[in-house]
Design a protein around this ligand. Sequence first.
Ligand SMILES: Cc1ncc(COP(=O)(O)O)c(C=O)c1O
Length: 447
Amino acid sequence: MANKIQLTNNFPDITQSNELYERALKVQKPVTQTLAKGPGQFTKGVAPKYLVKGKGSHVWDADGNEYIDFNAAIGPVSLGYAYPAVDDAIRRQLEDGITFSLMHPLEVELAELVQQVVPNAEAVKIAKTGADVCSAAIRVARAFTGRDKVFCCGYHGWHDWYIGITSRNAGVPQATQDLTYTFEYNDIDAIKAALDETVAALILEPFIFEAPKPGFLQQLAEVCRENGTLLIFDEMWTGFRVALGGAQEYFNVKADLAVFSKACANGMPIALLTGRADVMELFNSEVFSYTTFGGEALSLAACIATINELKDKKVPEYLDQNGALLKDGYNQLAIAMGMDQYTRCIGFNCRSMVTFTPEAGNPLELKTLMQQEMIKRGILWAGFHNMCYSHTSEDIDYTLLAYQDVLQIIKEAILSGDVKSYLKGEILEAVFRKVSNYNIKPKSAAL
Ligand SMILES: Cc1ncc(COP(=O)(O)O)c(C=O)c1O
């Protein structure tokens, strides 16, 4: 779809968004179902709060304003909004029904397809959310190893075993909190030192924005194998994006278990757990993990259609190429404008992130200013380039033009020493992710 968004000097009219929000505050607690979509991540007073429509790479807010979207619905939109091949599959299934009283053949079809594309998929389990499959993986790993402790790195959903180690852990019993530990990404020596015979599973996102050091993931697999600990890859972001078979394919390494959601169904709610047959066999016996909507057929149909499309259209390669244009284009602009000491775009091409250096000032103020100015130019920007197959070269060209404009404003603001005075709305909140204050398990701790 051609980009029709024009550079403009107007902030969007967000009257309807604000009215909806006022109603929400009276009745919803919390107001958002996904923290990353909530008002803390989009500057109040400037950014829209509600989206009502999407087509391709563009979205429309409740007031009718159009934006290029680089959030991909926080991951799920891998092909594009209202993508015909997926929506047709959903419509066809809708004619026959949504959820049934027996198993559905699409469950078998999807599992066979996943087995073809995901390297460690000796067996496949289907569920609904990322947290579902992360927790199922942890439970089955505990049952298989007869151990309780878990090492993790990254974000793994809202369930007790993980959220207990974050700052937002009210309601999680201390006994549960005491079973999970974090480790520092890329620090194989620290992991080796801390692993012992009490650790059931080590779960991590194979990468977030920092690349693994050469051999890190392979060493991790080896260290886990030697220690009798199961290695779990949380591939919510990497799966079906960096390669069809996710990080396992991309880095040529196998995890004992791997979990997927987001990109695999272009927006429909479904999650997958893949892994070793001997471990997964426990789901047939002593480990309980079932849910009413697990076999909901619209999502199964969407997932099959999405994976086939990702495969046929070589989407991971496309995301890599298009994402590189944006990431490298941003960094070249920063260099050309003498801004590279203040800002850089980092990460993998399929999912990169704009960062600010400490010399630039308060990163949340700077991010807020950049968001404000990008939104003014019709780009729904939250700091990330979550690429999808529908982003066109016109979208990329336009976005780089906008960055050129906006970086000039950011430069002025930094040099003025008063970024805050440039802000029209409220300062953003920090993204909720466990990337600091690690509680690494000391080797000697008798826990
Ligand atoms: C890496 C990772 N793991 C797990 C989850 C949890 O997935 P969900 O929100 O679908 O439960 C997320 C969600 O953002 C995630 O990014």
